[in-house]
Design a binder for this molecule. Structure first.
Ligand code: GLY
Length: 254
């Protein structure tokens, strides 16, 4: 399979993370670290090669490394994260990604979060959200056009990122919360609605023929299994208090 994942450990200041759509709750950093190590072990167990980076003191959200970069087959794009407190997260990531790809940058006034970019083949579904602006989407289009990627804009309203509300757990399938994500962007996909009781469950992480689902969403796991998918639950409940999803804890590339 030959998949690599860059991850970053949570730091002691995770308790000061950005929160946009969920209420603040006390966060147990030790438990969050334990969940993060289990996440890394789960990826390794699926054959993923880990590039595990240390925590970033002073950058509470740096554990959510997906937002800081996209790694495509040919290039890496370092983002300009929508939350000002997170902008410096790219600095220590760039030298790591430079070992694998040539680097391109999203520049001011554009903002783009990796959590808003859902790659399926040569298509980059890109959420227009509170974090990713129109200029960010335009810059991404210009950067990737020479490499034959199509950027398709998707309206996101009511959740943090596109991938908070839509991911593809299997070929031709889109698990979606249509209250937040404009489903018109996914013509040709079989849409699977998240269970009403589990609005945040659409953020799944597919690795090979396994789809990881947050253990907070058992109905969604059952739903995916009923479709014949191999769904495995992973507990990230402490990290979810920091508005995390499964995808945001790694940057995957082949
Ligand atoms: N705490 C995750 C984020 O807001 O970026």
């Amino acid at each position: 399979m030959n998949v690599s994942a860059v991850t970053r450990a949570p730091g002691a200041d995770l308790t000061r993370c950005e929160l946009t759509y969920i209420a603040s709750q006390p966060i147990n950093v030790e438990r969050a670290n334990k969940e993060h190590r289990a996440y890394e072990s789960a990826l390794a167990g699926l054959g993923v090669r880990l590039i595990s980076l240390p925590s970033e003191p002073g950058l509470p959200d740096a554990v959510f490394i997906e937002d800081a970069a996209l790694v495509l087959d040919e290039i890496a794009v370092l983002t300009r994260i929508g939350a000002e407190s997170r902008r410096a997260e790219v600095l220590n990531l760039a030298p790591v990604l430079e070992q694998f790809r040539s680097l391109h940058y999203i520049a001011a006034p554009a903002t783009l979060d990796g959590g808003d970019v859902l790659r399926i083949g040569r298509t980059l579904f890109t959420g227009r959200s509170t974090r990713t602006n129109a200029e960010g989407i335009e810059q991404l289009k210009s950067i990737v056009a020479p490499y034959d990627y199509e950027v398709r804009e998707v309206d996101v309203d009511g959740c943090l990122h596109l991938k908070t509300g839509a991911t593809s757990p299997g070929d031709g399938l889109m698990l979606i919360n249509r209250d937040w994500i404009d489903a018109n962007a996914f013509q040709g996909y079989e849409l699977i609605d998240v269970p009403r009781e589990e609005p945040l469950a659409a953020n799944t992480l597919r690795i090979g023929d396994t789809v990881l689902v947050s253990a907070s969403f058992p109905k969604t796991q059952d739903l995916l299994e009923s479709l014949g998918l191999r769904a495995a639950a992973l507990d990230i409940s402490e990290l979810e208090k920091a508005e995390a999803g499964l995808t945001c804890l790694s940057i995957l590339f082949t």
